[in-house]
Design a protein around this ligand. Structure first.
Ligand code: ZN
Length: 450
């Protein structure tokens, strides 16, 4: 058994505990309480005191693309042109980077997560296996969604689905207790109706988690509602058959039965009241990615409405090419500030509910709320320890406020997944040689530049 204590323990499921402690045995939390209570319960066990810090459930990054971490800062010049951005990224990922490069970059991204107190990822990968292996190598938890290829045409849907299923089943065979496989039909503008239907039926029948990019941009909305714009041009040019659904992306997913699979919907920037009702009624979930949305100028998603409708919502960093950091505290802060600054806001989002979104919300978004997201006896010992010692955080009057408005990933001191240390500031207790991965990353970037 191990016991950690700190100035604050923030269980999320109950009020913060001052001078708190948490006891865990192997991967499971045994008890949470004040230091005095825990000492009384387990007088024989030594306590490691973490001092002026907050122990909270590990952060959940509900939407990432670890396999494109090497593209951090590489395509920023195309940020104002999402389609060129996507095409350049796809080209470099497919043509310049080797499989080994992609793997090492994905591992670097997972290490970045561990440093940031992220214990669980909802990761989407065109290659799938790279994100999967990265989480395993670093010792993190997650669901890795095997993504579809560009497949807007119903005529190739059945063949495309067979290939996708093969890749998904290969991932599933290498699942561990911590890392599970799902499927990601990429988006309504790259996946045709029939392939969506195939995936939805398969997911429901086999209890497979799915995640979809949806209602992200005006371009997507234009294509769905009117059948015009950039993607319509691509379909025409290359002879893809495409029928305009003449409705929103969310209505489209509803009609195709995709919402019945309770998908994790990434972005949801362009959503109507009707869309939100459909999401809520179907128990679909949202990965809110405020920084990625802002970096592309896609707009501000109605985060306050997500919370007010009690839609299961977590934060996502999106890829490092579109953010460019994996920092869930920063994501949370952006989300709050954007929401508070909208003229149409009805209320001020509060720090407590936002820290809950960053932890328990993400767990719910990934369907893992029975295992992680709060500090309670019986749950997994997935912990993030955020130091509160920095001068820029003092004084701490309210721990939620200090975490949300005055802390970031670089304040994280210790990260545990299933009771195992995956990151300790200044320590050696890591599962992977970080220096080696960093030096490989420098090599990769040299090659990308030339
Ligand atoms: Zn994404």
């Amino acid at each position: 058994m191990k016991i950690l204590s700190a100035r604050y323990v923030v269980p999320i499921s109950s009020a913060p505990i001052e001078n708190g402690a948490i006891a865990f045995e192997k991967d499971k939390i045994i008890a949470v309480g004040t230091q005095a209570e825990i000492i009384e319960k387990f007088p024989e066990t030594e306590i490691e005191s973490l001092g002026e810090a907050a122990i909270l459930p590990g952060f959940v990054n509900a939407h990432s693309h670890l396999e494109i971490t090497a593209m951090r800062g590489f395509v920023d010049e195309f940020d104002d042109d999402f389609t060129s951005w996507l095409l350049t990224l796809t080209k470099v990922r497919g043509e310049i980077l080797t499989d080994e490069d992609v793997q090492n970059a994905a591992i670097l991204g997972a290490i970045e997560g561990a440093h940031a107190g992220v214990t669980c990822f909802g990761d989407i990968g065109r290659f799938g296996k790279n994100g999967f292996e990265a989480l395993k190598a670093v010792g993190l938890r997650g669901v890795v969604f095997q993504e579809t290829e560009f497949s807007p045409d119903d005529r190739t849907a059945d063949a495309d689905f067979a290939k996708l299923k093969e890749k998904f089943l290969a991932l599933r065979e290498t699942e561990t207790n911590l890392v599970k496989a799902g499927i990601s039909p990429h988006s309504p503008y790259t996946v045709g109706a029939r392939l969506f239907e195939n995936i939805a039926a398969y997911a429901i029948e086999n209890d497979v988690k799915i995640s979809v990019h949806a209602a992200e941009s005006d371009e997507e909305n234009e294509l769905m509602q009117k059948g015009t714009g950039f993607f319509a041009g691509i379909y025409q040019k290359y002879g893809f058959e495409w029928r305009t659904p003449n409705c929103s992306s969310i209505e489209f997913l509803d009609k195709l039965g995709v919402l019945r699979a309770k998908p994790l919907l990434a972005h949801c920037v362009k959503v109507s009241e009707r869309d939100l009702e459909l999401i809520k009624a179907s128990d679909s979930r949202i990965a809110h990615c405020p920084k990625s949305n802002a970096k592309f100028g896609h707009g501000i998603a109605p985060f306050e409405k997500f919370l007010d409708a009690a839609i299961k919502t977590g934060f996502g960093s999106d890829s490092m090419a579109s953010n460019n950091t994996c920092d869930i505290l920063e994501e949370a802060r952006f989300a709050t500030l954007f929401a508070r600054n909208l003229p149409a806001r009805k209320r001020f989002l509060q720090a407590e509910e936002i820290i809950e979104t960053a932890t328990f919300g993400g767990a719910k978004a990934l369907g893992l709320e029975d295992e992680i997201g709060t500090l309670e006896a019986g749950k997994q010992a997935d912990l993030a320890v955020v130091s509160l010692e920095n001068i820029a955080q003092m004084p701490v009057h309210d721990v939620y406020s200090a975490l949300l408005f005055a802390s970031n990933a670089r304040d994280v001191r210790l990260t545990l997944v299933a009771g195992e240390e995956v990151f300790r500031d200044g320590g050696e207790a890591r599962k992977i040689d970080e220096r080696e991965i960093k030096s490989k990353m420098r090599e990769i970037s040299q090659r990308m530049k030339s």
